[in-house]
Design a protein around this ligand. Structure first.
Ligand SMILES: [Zn+2]
Length: 657
């Protein structure tokens, strides 16, 4: 653990000092001692030197007294500031790293325990012993699911426009599910299956207490395409569902994203049905079928269907795919995502009069657009942590993730120090009666310092990102291009908004457009005007028009309540029971899941893909989601089923959700 650099200590100082300030106080104490006693070398007994007398002994008394008083005053101030005003533990109670301190900023609930329930690896024992599926069974179930290719492409016609296209993909998958989970699909099964927009799946496992709002478990049936030219690079063919018992892996497209989730949820319910178990709280499974494209055919329709049935805030909590168990900090960290970035595809179009290429102007619309793109890339969005003027629950959960993991063995030591200092300042700010403006200024500076210490990937969680991904224009080599377009993809910081992004683009491009003698259209938050293609109507060299590219704008998701919120505590407790006291650190999701359509159903949305907390069996390898050699561990499947099994039982035991 890299928490305290012992080289900073003085030999006489206690080694358990935890804090730079305290270390400095220690130096001051040593200084006082030196001031009174003289420096150690001053009083050293040894052979006579050529100096007949020690000059220290001849120092006048008054300056020494002044030094003592000044040092004592500094020492007292530092001690008071450090341990009283800031309410920090005193060195005598505190040895080096303090888990309690981390837990104050990142509270961890005890592992969840159901009365009368014994959870062990491989089976759940209630009054009737319920055997969860074996690892072999789970591997086979997943392998079968992978073997049915459920690739969905972007820009597919809707289900109504081209029903056969969707049927070809999803009818075989539904056939597979019905054969793999016979108890769920049995005619007399208590689980009701409804299909939404043909291929969306809603399974309702009714609870014994109908007054309790349901738990919704989500996943998606579709997978991303395999690029044909990458097929030779796969260790096992992408739709083979190859089971490697030596490594404990199931291979294939969709293994991790997210057929393992579907299989784990259904295997859990299948087992419960076979054991005659009835949940107390209704369990709803909602599986979309176009999550990897727009989600409009599956996610949106399913959300509307459930909203019609359960209404606003009619669901206790939602658990969808998302954050995983990470090991890169040296300990397992479960990171359910409690916030999701927003989204905007911004189109910038330049219209100029056309003409023959033999008589061009200085810049064609391609040249003009190039200059606009250069300005965009020269003005990226700042990373920011907004602490002042906001309630605690409005601060980005990305900061809480860092605070939770700051004491992990693999955490960056400088970052850890800066995080502790930030926390100290926050406490000071909370309790301060005066000097708040000064403290806020210091807090902002510390937040900026923290950001400067992060690597690029860590900073992404605190900023809006932009990527100029598409460009088109020009149709003929001897014709000046009249219309040129670029589309910029934005993932919007969880504390920002689509309006802020639109404003940023407009403010960035306006001076460049003016310099280029172009008029610019897009001054507004909504961009809800229709762009005109009549370039001739514009004055000057032409016109720039800003617009939403694919009607895909999405605000950042509302933050899931943490702190004392019952669903959060319950989920955390379940995780800590299944993965043995694992550190649970709430996080931010950079991409979007189907939950983006489910906000009205509940505030308690968690994005978490259960799996393994052990090192991946291939050194340096991982699940390779969305790329070549996607695979999951069989052990992760077993833990996944344990997770859903305990979660379903736990939500029934707590009526206040
Ligand atoms: Zn997914």
């Amino acid at each position: 653990m890299r928490r305290f650099d012992r080289s900073l200590t003085t030999p006489d100082c206690p080694l358990h000092l935890h804090h730079l300030l305290t270390a400095f106080s220690c130096q001051v104490i040593v200084g006082i001692r030196f001031a009174i006693m003289g420096r150690p070398e001053d009083s050293k007994v040894g052979l006579p030197t050529s100096h007949p007398s020690n000059p220290a002994r001849n120092r006048p008394l008054l300056p020494r007294l002044v030094r003592i008083c000044a040092l004592a005053l500094i020492c007292a101030t530092l001690y008071y500031t450090d341990t009283h005003l800031l309410n920090l533990p005193s060195p005598s109670r505190h040895h080096g790293h303090s888990p309690q301190r981390t837990h104050e900023v990142c509270p961890q609930v005890p592992p969840f325990q159901l009365p009368g329930l014994v959870l062990t690896s491989g089976h759940v024992n209630t009054t009737n012993k319920v055997e969860l599926p074996s690892s072999d069974e789970l591997a086979k179930l997943l392998s079968g699911a992978i073997q049915v290719d459920t690739t969905v492409g972007d820009d597919w016609p809707t289900v109504k426009q081209d029903p056969s296209r969707w049927k070809t993909v999803f009818a075989p998958f539904h056939d597979y599910l019905s054969s793999a989970f016979p108890a769920i699909y049995a005619p007399d099964s208590p689980v009701e299956l409804e299909k939404v927009n043909e291929w969306g799946l809603v399974y309702t496992f009714p609870g014994s207490d109908e007054r309790l709002p349901p738990l919704v478990l989500m996943a998606h049936q579709d997978v991303v395409p395999v690029e044909p030219e990458t097929i030779p690079s796969w260790t096992h063919p992408p739709f083979s569902g190859f089971i490697d018992n030596d490594l404990g892996l199931v291979w294939g497209r969709g293994a991790g994203d997210c057929k393992a989730t579907i299989v784990s949820i259904l295997a859990t319910i299948e087992t419960m049905l076979k054991a005659g178990y009835q949940p107390k709280r209704t369990i709803v499974c909602s599986f979309g079928f176009d999550e990897e494209s727009a989600g409009t055919q599956g996610g949106v329709e399913l959300a509307n269907f459930l909203h019609e049935r359960y209404g606003d805030d009619g669901v206790a909590m939602i658990v969808d795919e998302g954050g995983e168990i990470g090991l890169d900090l040296g300990i397992p960290v479960a990171a359910p995502c409690v916030a999701e970035k927003g989204y905007l595809d911004a189109r910038v179009t330049v219209y100029t009069p056309g003409g023959h290429s033999s008589a061009p102007r200085d810049h064609t619309s391609i040249g003009l657009l190039s200059q606009l793109i250069t300005a965009i890339e020269a003005n990226p969005y700042d990373a920011a942590i907004h602490l002042t003027g906001r309630d605690k629950d409005q601060v980005t959960p990305a900061l809480q993730y860092l605070q939770c993991t700051r004491d992990a063995p693999g955490a960056d030591r400088k970052l850890t120090k800066a995080l502790k200092e930030l926390e100290r300042m926050q406490r000071k700010h909370e309790s301060a009666r005066w000097g708040r403006a000064w403290l806020e200024n210091k807090l902002d500076k510390q937040a900026a310092k923290l950001l400067s210490l992060m690597d690029r990937w860590q900073r992404f969680n605190f900023q809006t990102t932009q990527a100029v991904d598409l460009i088109s224009g020009g149709v003929k080599i001897n014709a000046l291009p009249e219309q040129v377009t670029t589309v910029i993809n934005h993932r919007i910081d969880v504390t920002s908004s689509t309006a802020e992004v639109r404003r940023h683009i407009y403010e960035t491009l306006k001076p460049v457009a003016h310099k280029l003698n172009l008029t610019i259209q897009g001054d507004g938050d909504a961009w809800d005007f229709l762009p005109s293609t009549a370039a001739a109507s514009s004055s000057g060299a032409g016109r720039v028009v800003l617009s939403d590219a694919f009607e895909s704008a999405l605000e950042p998701a509302p933050f899931t309540p943490l702190g004392d919120a019952a669903p959060w505590k319950l989920l955390q407790g379940v995780m800590r029971a299944v993965w043995k006291d694992i550190l649970v650190a709430p996080d931010v999701m950079g991409g979007n899941t189907d939950t983006k359509s489910y906000w009205a159903l509940t505030k308690h949305i968690f994005r978490f893909s259960p799996g393994s907390d052990r090192p991946f069996p291939i050194e340096g390898g991982d699940e390779n989601i969305h790329t070549v050699d996607e695979r999951v561990t069989i052990y992760g499947l077993v833990k996944s089923v344990e997770f859903y099994s305990l979660l379903i039982q736990a939500v029934g035991s707590q009526t206040e959700l």
